[in-house]
Design a binder for this molecule. Sequence first.
Ligand SMILES: [Zn+2]
Ligand SMILES: [Zn+2]
Ligand SMILES: [Zn+2]
Length: 113
Amino acid sequence: MDNKRPIVKGIDVDINTRCAHYHTEKDIIAIKFHCCKEYYACYYCHKASADHNATRWPKKEWDEPAILCGNCSHELSISTYLDVNNCPSCNHEFNEGCSNHYHLYFEYDRKSL
Ligand SMILES: [Zn+2]
Ligand SMILES: [Zn+2]
Ligand SMILES: [Zn+2]
């Protein structure tokens, strides 16, 4: 176990950071929110547990480590995360369906990519 691993908040968060909302084999990442700099398992977990509205990461801060691999506890920057389909450290697959939700977390313009 990696005891430096950040705390991941949310509803029914398991050891691999799956939560009540997303719990398939691939739903293993947690996201640090720009507003509170705390890790949550997903957007809905933040909505249910935090006492404030989520703010999104501006593009100029995308080199911040803000994505946690729930499998190996490796932290990725946002720009790295947007580039890969697997964890660069443990090679575990990430859920490609997450790309539908990027705009909730990052100042992301679908049309610009
Ligand atoms: Zn927050
Ligand atoms: Zn959740
Ligand atoms: Zn990993």
